[in-house]
Write a protein that binds this ligand. Sequence first.
Ligand code: NAD
Length: 259
Amino acid sequence: MDLGLKSRTALVCAASAGLGRACALALAKEGVSVTITARDRDRLEETAEELRRLTDVRISTVAGDITTDEGRAAALLACPNPDILINNAGGPPPGDFRDLSEEDWQAALNANLLTPIALIRATLDCMITRKFGRIINITSSAVKSPIPSLGLSNTARTGLTGFVAGLSRQVAKHNVTINNLLPGAFNTDRLRKTAEGTAKSSGREVDDILAERAAANPTRRVGEPEEFGAMCAFLCSAHAGYIVGQNILMDGGAFNSTM
Ligand code: NAD
């Protein structure tokens, strides 16, 4: 299927690895010129080189922390009027809420609520003028089914979900869609790091924890980032203008519900 995205431009945040990288690659394969951001310049450039080898579109990089004013300004300077915005940033740390400081809460709200809203604010009106825009927020399955140790994530991401629910319906008439993609367990550095944390506190092997996680899923595996990227590219496609304000859960069926 031709997704109708050739010559479009995309800003993909936090994309040197994992799900952000997969979204950038899937879009680039569809002919989208992509600007990717991440904090670690070397890793970002390595990823950009990989994407250039795999595709024939322009891949630009912006090194910086997307959760800061400077990081966002640099990203928007490099890609001021994207047709497509993929909001992503690292997830907040786990912990009992009694141990969390005011700073921990501010950091989580900044990274996973205020940063995506700031980037939407900076790019939305140009999309409306152009009569085409696609915004995807990478959130988490925690929005549908809270993860007890991730109170920061549960809270900040649910706030973003509420914001998107309202705004998306106001801009859909301009062929600008805003949707959230909710990953369950995907095979990325973050999944491994989380398993390493559990291994440390439980004295178990990381690989055993990952295998157990896969075995508990209806698919008997975790998701591959390429699968996530493909869904992201479709939601950004010319054919997806009638998908508005949705929360698309990709978790292999782990969330047990009838609808
Ligand atoms: P990852 O750790 O594999 O990759 C994160 C990417 O974001 C890297 O490129 C990193 O350099 C970049 N990054 C992180 N913080 C940044 C910042 N402040 N500014 C710029 N770049 C930054 O993570 P992932 O697994 O791809 O997860 C992406 C998002 O999805 C995270 O918010 C994560 O919490 C969420 N999520 C992931 C899973 C999963 O199983 N992988 C599940 C649920 C939610």
